[in-house]
Design a protein around this ligand. Structure first.
Ligand code: PLP
Length: 438
């Protein structure tokens, strides 16, 4: 049974939404199956965004539904503060089979924002535990998005998400946006730009390595407009952090769980960070859950005090929630059985080819892609963001396609179950929408 839309939409203050604009002409999704949503006006809408970068195995997966339903009947809730339940441990064991070697501890959260705050807190506490209390500085990057907690917006590099919420965390610095002019329309990773990681050396010279706790970056920056790392950039950044004892946190909330052709971008790019933050695809988006992966080395630093003392004064009521854990195990089963972590490698080439055909339009300023992530950036009119929004709206109302707009960029991150015909369907919707701009 699907829900009908209430006549009054006033009470729900919608997140990251122009509420008045939305409520004047609501876009309502009422059910979903496979690659498609159903809208409240009875249309089938192809999902070009895996919800919000999360339903990697597509919608309505019965394995997950059944696991959730069974679990909620068997054990609806159990605390993980001083108590345990088997599924949280089982899930942790399953997950670390996919993480880079040496990253084998898992801290559960409920969202990407909580994963980021958890990672930042662990980084600070780690240095303190080792007697390096002066390492308190956190370094993010321009255009970085790390959720909306105070930690995440402090290291984040998106002005609108920071302005108005000050003073934020002190002692934070930001690396430059890792992009070089002239690399527009690159297929895959830009060749130019690994040297941009060297800015960390300048920060060390300026602040002193002994003041820097951690650097956090997204392997592929998503919400800031979809930016691919230049070839060799992440490796270089990793080397510099290791040289100075600075922790590297890779925020894999969107790249985790198969988005670019491996379970994690860290393994894909052959970079071993100290901490990896994830959420979204962990449960295929079905119920909220996040997971932070921590190196054994960091974990070990907390384990030297008296055994009866809590090692980390941090956690959430729902850390390792049994229902979320059941959903995550079922999602992981599905990803593994269907080989979905490899899917972006198989279809990435076709996706790239089709996406770059959109270059024919004059209004297109840049196209970026990697794995099953794509972005089309438009030349802005004097009303910044106007073209991106118009394309998004046109796709929804006339192309029966859900894409995501961030300012003048359309982001694509389809479920990993898609096939060539779905790519064609998405591209047709985009062709029509972009043509309507001219
Ligand atoms: N980090 C990254 C890289 C993200 O893309 C997001 C969300 O899109 C977050 C953190 C925050 O996740 P959540 O919205 O689940 O708090």
């Amino acid at each position: 049974m699907t829900q009908s839309t209430p006549a009054n939409l006033d009470a729900f203050w919608m997140p990251f939404t122009a509420n008045r604009q939305f409520k004047a002409q609501p876009r309502m999704l009422v059910s979903a199956q496979g690659m498609y949503y159903q809208s409240d006006d009875g249309r089938s809408i192809i999902d070009g965004t895996a919800g919000l970068w999360c339903t990697n195995a597509g919608h309505g997966r019965t394995e997950i539904t059944q696991a959730v339903s069974k679990q909620i009947q068997e054990l609806d809730f159990a605390p993980t503060f001083q108590m345990g339940h088997p599924l949280a441990f089982e899930l942790a064991n399953r997950l670390i089979k996919h993480t880079p070697e040496g990253i084998n501890k898992v801290f559960f959260t409920n969202s990407g924002s909580e994963s980021v705050d958890t990672a930042l807190k662990i980084a600070l506490a780690y240095h303190k535990a080792r007697g390096e209390s002066s390492r308190t500085r956190l370094i993010g990057r321009e255009k970085g998005y790390h959720g909306t907690g105070f930690g995440g917006i402090s290291v984040g590099g998106l002005g609108n998400n920071r302005k108005g919420f000050g003073p934020l965390l002190s002692g934070v610095d930001h690396l430059k946006h890792a992009w070089t002019p002239g690399t527009e329309f690159t297929k895959g990773l830009p060749k130019e730009g690994a040297h941009l990681a060297d800015e960390l050396e300048s920060m060390v010279a300026l602040h002193g390595a002994e003041t820097i706790a951690a650097v956090i970056v997204e392997p592929i920056a998503g919400s800031g407009g979809v930016w691919m790392p230049p070839q060799g950039y992440l490796k270089r950044l990793c080397e510099i952090t290791k040289k100075y004892g600075i922790l590297l946190i890779l925020d894999e909330v969107i790249t985790g769980y198969g988005r670019i052709g491996d379970a994690f971008a860290a393994t894909h790019f052959n970079v071993t960070p100290d901490i990896i933050t994830t959420a979204k695809g962990l449960t295929n988006g079905a119920v909220p859950m996040g997971a932070v992966f921590i190196s054994d080395n960091i974990h070990q630093a907390f384990m030297s005090g008296p055994e009866e003392v809590i090692e980390l004064f941090h956690g959430y009521t729902y850390s390792g929630h049994p229902v979320s854990a059941a959903a995550a195990i079922a999602a992981l089963d599905t990803y593994e059985q269907e080989g979905l972590f490899n899917k972006a490698k198989q279809l990435g080439g076709y996706f790239e080819e089709q996406l770059h055909n959109l270059r024919e339009f004059d209004v297109v300023k840049d196209i970026r892609n990697y794995g099953l992530v794509g972005a089309i950036e438009f030349k802005s009119t004097d009303k910044f963001g106007e073209r991106g929004y118009k394309v998004f709206e046109h796709c929804f109302w006339h192309g029966n396609a859900l894409v995501r707009c961030t300012a003048d960029t359309i982001a694509l991150s389809p479920p990993l179950i898609l096939e060539k015909e779905h790519i064609n369907e998405l591209m047709n919707a985009l062709h029509c929408a972009i043509r309507s701009l001219n």
